[in-house]
Design a protein around this ligand. Structure first.
Ligand SMILES: [Zn+2]
Length: 448
């Protein structure tokens, strides 16, 4: 079965870093040149003969193989060809009336980067042109072209240190490696597709279940059948998202008549999206690594529509919906889970966030900020309780007694364990203006 190892890598020296940047930049330049030649033919521009596949990629390969090495130059070109074939395939579906899966006309493959921001540093390396060694000091070694070696007075392959532990250290085959620079957190990253034997799936431990409750103040509350509970705090992230949204609205109100956007506005949108995506991606990775080591094989996720319809205020709904990009989040979760052999199941979680775990009442409970209370005497963290109730509803498996919950905060790079870990209300949360908090919703407050 196919799986993917994703990991960060670090050059060992400044020269090594510069060499790697040059390699990634040249790869993007080659991609752009190939793409340009093809796009001009696709658009039938004057001076460009033939169709997309008539572009002279052999000449470009010749130009770039000195820097990239022949195999990497070929891979970059091949990847661009795949992008074009994908585009034509989607376009055919769009024009095929009997096929309803594509409703918007697709765009041809794009360029890597733009004039303002420079090129996107990214390459792709053939399976025989890199090696990975897993161990105490894991490392990646990649092939580089002779011109780059001369430029940096380097011999052999470029060695990079691997940060972290892979999900699949034992595999039969490795595929084409993607290697890129992640601008958001200034880190080089790689993704390595691998084929692992089917036995690898049969981890004896992997039969535990987990359930997620999704919200805005707490992005994810999670309970597992092993008795672990995790809480990913989203308040600050959500607030920054809304601040940027307000700033966009302010700039929009100042635009001249007839103008709808500006470079500044587009950049803010992009920044807002990237920041959210980055945090979401990191959250998925962090959470699934934990679930993997807990031996979880299935994760239940509620449908956000359930949550919204049952107990969120309309106004907060719209904003939260936008912030969450829920579909995208579940897709990301599914992809990340797949790498670890964990399956994600979307289930209805209607009412779980209002149910008292002690007496099962749903109409006597009261939610105030992060606390759920019931006249029967129950009092607990509302979102964690909801994920626990949700889990119990969907699994036959006994749920072990809960350990102390672990709480995480986002610092723009990582989700790290909060030092002051009592999950119950902190003074910061007391600032919430109760008038904007729906009595039983996961509502972020203070919005104007
Ligand atoms: Zn109760």
């Amino acid at each position: 079965m196919k799986r993917t190892n994703t990991f960060a890598v670090r050059p060992l020296s400044e020269d090594g870093e510069q060499l790697l940047r040059d390699l990634l930049d040249a790869s993007a330049a080659l991609w752009n040149e190939v793409n340009y030649q093809r796009l001009m033919r696709y658009n039938s521009e004057d001076g460009f003969e033939g169709g997309v596949w008539d572009a002279d990629t052999g000449r470009l390969e010749g130009t770039y193989k000195g820097v990239l090495g022949a195999s990497t130059a070929q891979q970059v070109i091949r990847k661009n060809s795949e992008a074009w074939r994908g585009f034509f395939g989607t376009k055919n579906k769009y024009h095929d009336d009997s096929n309803t899966s594509v409703t918007e006309h697709p765009s041809p493959p794009g360029f890597r980067g733009n004039e303002d921001d420079g090129r996107v540093l990214k390459t792709v390396i053939r399976n025989t042109s890199y090696t990975v060694e897993w161990g105490e000091r894991s490392r990646l070694e990649i092939l580089v072209g002779s011109e780059l070696k001369d430029r940096y007075d380097h011999t052999g392959r470029l060695r990079l240190e691997i940060v972290g532990v892979p999900n699949w250290p034992n595999y039969e085959k490795q595929g084409r490696l993607d290697l890129w620079y992640d601008e958001i957190d200034c880190t080089f990253r790689a993704s390595q597709p691998v084929t692992v034997s089917n036995d690898a799936r049969d981890t004896p431990l992997a039969s535990e279940k987990a359930a997620l409750d999704i919200g805005a103040n707490n992005l994810v509350a999670c309970t597992t059948t092993t008795g672990a509970q995790y809480l990913y705090k989203g308040r600050e992230l959500f607030q920054r998202f809304r601040e940027t949204t307000r700033e966009i609205a302010r700039l929009q109100s100042k635009l001249e008549d007839g103008r709808y956007s500006s470079k500044r506005i587009r950049r803010l949108y992009l920044k807002r999206t990237r920041r959210r995506d980055h945090a979401q991606e990191a959250l998925c990775r962090d959470l699934l690594e934990r679930l993997y080591s807990e031996g979880v094989d299935t994760v239940y996720v509620g449908r956000l529509t359930d949550v919204l319809e049952t107990h969120w205020s309309v106004e907060t709904n719209a904003k939260t919906h936008n912030f969450w990009a829920f579909k995208q989040f579940t897709e990301r979760l599914v992809c990340t889970a797949e790498e670890s052999g964990i399956s994600v199941e979307v289930r209805s979680e209607a009412w779980t966030s209002q149910e008292c775990p002690q007496c099962s009442s749903t109409d006597r409970t009261t939610r105030h900020q992060d606390t759920l209370t019931c006249p029967c005497g129950f009092e607990g963290h509302a979102d964690l309780t909801a994920s626990e109730t949700f889990l119990k509803r969907h699994t036959q498996k006994a749920v072990r007694p809960m350990a102390r919950p672990v709480r995480f905060e986002w610092d723009d790079h990582n989700w790290s364990e909060s030092p002051r870990s009592p999950v119950r209300e902190s003074p910061k949360e007391q600032r919430t203006d109760p008038s904007t908090v729906h009595h039983d919703g996961n509502v972020a407050s203070g919005d104007s």
